[in-house]
Ligand binder design. Structure first.
Ligand code: SF4
Ligand code: SF4
Length: 439
């Protein structure tokens, strides 16, 4: 099988060498966890516990607030200490603080759900709605919703996304090596829920050991096809991956289901296996803590709701010249100004940069080289969107379709003038959406 890829994209440094060979280790349990009711796209969950109440590990403490929502389960056994309303990364959020008693006592609901052969499609979807599993690659879309497309959308292709194209992050890579069977187990449940009998597992070709591990595990099983995709950013973006493998184009404003596809990230599929095999809802995940600003970069298995400060101290603490902390990777992550916030179901990486790595050169005038358009995977003209946005001419900027931008950051990365392209496009998107809400 040859290499698959999409048009556009950029060659960005991988910077994964700090952690790609380090096995996943358990993060020491924190003294308390801080569980946000907004860890997914859709309605926030509703708190169903009270301060002072004893809770067990795996117990629902936040009930899904609608169909497009997800339950939140306790990641420890202990006592509900406080329920706060706070702003997390600019968004109002209810957070349940639970003191950890250290006993790891499981809730009675945590037991094997069933084997794939014994469960119907509907039972699997219903189980997933109980599991709290959401897309763990960053989007946080509730999985039971993704696997319940309307009847007119016929799904014929399921793709497991193991591209992990974001620099520095190695969580999916390690999971493909250390949790290979768990991924295949979870995939079987997803395939049954979708009514498909095969799937692709797409892995960037800079992870040959993961490709080998998966190929060995699926040998002789026609349900799985392991596909090497070219190492190119943003190969792991959903629409780009679909195009690379099937040559189908998801239309502007459309969804993968519009072209018969569903894509799920490696960690998400692994979590599905854990749920049906052991009854463990989504209460922990793997997170890479890395960068020039931490002393001992590491891949950690973390409990949902762990403070970033605890993750950093587990990674040997901050280096003396650490200046910037990013939740996620350098291309699509968000800088944070406090370590006093807690991890969520989508926290796959924590990147800390030292002064040298964090330095952003002063932007200079656009030289109209066109490189930003060449790399844009959705064929936009970032220079124009940015130019008109910075001029305050939003109406003109909108003509260049900023809402189609997937915020991959390739344009900013490639720009020789170091223009703040993705930043200004984000501003344009936000303003356009706000204006639409008002009108
Ligand atoms: S315009 Fe958006 S989608 Fe295109 S390269 Fe820039 S950030 Fe990526
Ligand atoms: S890459 Fe930078 S310098 Fe070149 S056209 Fe785009 S904005 Fe201008």
């Amino acid at each position: 099988m040859g290499l698959f890829t999409f048009r556009g994209g950029a060659q960005v440094p991988h910077s994964k060498e700090r952690t790609e060979k380090k096995p996943i280790v358990n993060c020491p349990p924190p003294e308390a966890v801080f569980l946000s009711m907004r860890q997914h796209i859709g309605a926030p969950a509703k708190v169903v516990v009270q301060p002072g109440e004893e809770v067990l590990k795996g117990q629902v403490i936040g009930q899904a607030g609608g169909f497009v929502s997800a339950h939140i389960h306790s990641s420890v056994s202990g006592t509900v200490k406080k329920i706060h309303n706070m702003k997390v990364m600019g968004v109002d959020t209810t957070v349940v603080e639970i003191s950890n008693d250290g006993n790891e006592t499981w809730h009675e609901s945590v037991k094997k759900i069933g084997d794939v052969a014994d469960l119907t499609k509907e039972e699997i979807r219903k189980g997933l709605a109980e599991s709290g599993i959401v897309g763990m690659g960053g989007a946080g879309f509730p999985l039971h919703v993704k696997l319940s497309p309307p009847p007119e959308k016929v799904i014929d292709t399921f793709i497991i996304n193991g591209a992990e194209c974001e620099p520095y992050l190695t969580t999916d890579h390690r999971l493909m090596l250390e949790g290979t069977e768990g991924i295949l187990l979870g995939a079987r449940f997803v395939m049954k829920a979708l009514g498909v009998d095969s799937c692709y597992i797409a892995v960037e070709d800079n992870k040959p050991d993961a490709i080998d591990a998966l190929k060995n595990a699926v040998k002789g099983d026609n349900a799985f096809q392991v596909v090497s995709v070219r190492t190119k950013y943003p190969q792991g973006a959903e629409k780009q991956l679909i195009n690379a493998i099937t040559k189908r184009e998801v239309p502007s404003g459309g969804l993968p289901m519009d072209v018969g596809c569903v894509v799920s990230n490696i960690a998400t599929v692994y979590a599905v296996g854990e749920y049906f095999e052991k009854g463990i809802p989504l209460i922990e995940r793997v997170c890479t803590v890395t960068g020039s600003g931490v002393n001992e970069p590491v891949n950690l298995r973390i409990k949902n709701g762990t403070k970033l400060s605890h993750l950093i101290s587990t990674a040997g603490g901050l280096s003396e010249d650490a200046v910037k902390v990013i939740l996620g990777g350098p291309m699509m992550g968000n800088a944070v100004d406090s370590l006093d916030i807690a991890s969520t179901k989508t926290t796959g990486g924590l990147l800390v940069l030292n002064e040298e790595d964090a330095r952003i050169p002063e932007p200079t005038a656009c030289m109209r080289c066109g490189r930003c358009s060449d790399v844009c995977p959705v064929f936009l003209q970032p220079a124009y969107i940015s130019f008109y946005t910075l001029q305050g001419n939003l109406a003109r900027a909108e003509k260049y379709h900023p809402l189609d931008c997937i915020e991959c950051g390739s344009c900013s990365f490639i720009c020789p003038a170091k223009r703040p392209l993705v930043h200004s496009i984000r501003v344009a998107k936000r303003q356009i959406l706000e204006n639409r809400k008002k009108s």
